[in-house]
Ligand binder design. Sequence first.
Ligand code: KG4
Ligand code: ZN
Length: 361
Amino acid sequence: MQNTDGLILALETSCDECSASVVQHHAGRVRVLSNVIFSQIELHRKYGGVVPEVASRNHLEMLSPVVQEALENAKASFDTLSAIAVTQGPGLIGALLVGVSAAKAMAYARGLPLIAVNHLQGHLHSLFIEGQSACENLSAQNLPLLVCLVSGGHTSLYVVKGFPPNTLDAQKICESRDDAAGEAFDKSAKLLGLPYPGGILIDKLAKQGNKKAFAFPRPLKGKTLEFSFSGLKTAVATEIKKLGFEPHIWGNPDTAKLPQGQLLHDLCASVQEAIVDSLIEKMKLGLKQERAKGLAIVGGVSANSRLRERLSQEIKVPVFFPDLQYCTDNAAMIGAAAVFQQVRSEALSGDAMLKLNAFSG
Ligand code: KG4
Ligand code: ZN
């Protein structure tokens, strides 16, 4: 009989955050005892995006100290754990391999069950971490719940009809035809000469900009639930050229050739408004179609302040967000999914855990 009330050590290495967390089931929610994140952003910045090989090598170097710190912060040890959880995919295959191999080794050596977690399930389960003010009132009364998962790699709508501790019954009803919203933020930022990852900087610079200064496209408006963001980067590059500047492609940005000051703020505000408009339009459509009684937004882009502001003004049903620390990639959300997987006895043990493979998705 597996211990399902104990502590779970969760690992997340699917992209450029090396993270470990110790979590515990507590009254239908997930208590986070520690959540250590080593961000590789500085390492990748000079390349203008994540370099998969650099990411894998850094995970290899950082995972042990990050795990050590997570155990120490939680006042836990391998002796007090009931299971190890790890992101199995989707993500960068080399980066995932580091986490999966480490988790297998720890679980096998310690005779602990191993829980394989889907990264997207991790983002969805970030809503069930306890102590988050904007999720506190989330309950079965909000079912069906529409969830928008919006990150650097994915932009999808899910309809949720059942909550943990039973299966988080989340059915994907649409996704982006091409780029993800976070990718659209990051690629537009790069063209404007802003460092990776540009989403958070666009959010910041847009605050002093005029969102109506430039009319960027809102594709597939009113036609379908699907998102499309790939045209935005072409529109941004074209606008930069029209203004007499050169879109930034590679290397150190030459500020003399790029928009600065108020013009840059206006471009950021207009790009952000185009992305936020598209997201909100599809969410409204999804809410109507599914007759949803609540809306939740998870993933890195759910940290965007303009998105949060507009949702609070325009959406009639209750809206739920994870705290900022649980929006971007972190191991606590992986632990949150693992807590309920363990309750449902979805853990591997013995030789089965050695057969676990990472998948890139
Ligand atoms: O969920 P996440 O950490 O990683 C993936 O699973 O992809 O999301 C990262 C994405 C990046 O594209 C980043 O630019 C975006 O989230 N992001 C933001 C903000 N904070 C992070 N985009 C817009 N506004 C923000 N405040
Ligand atoms: Zn993610």
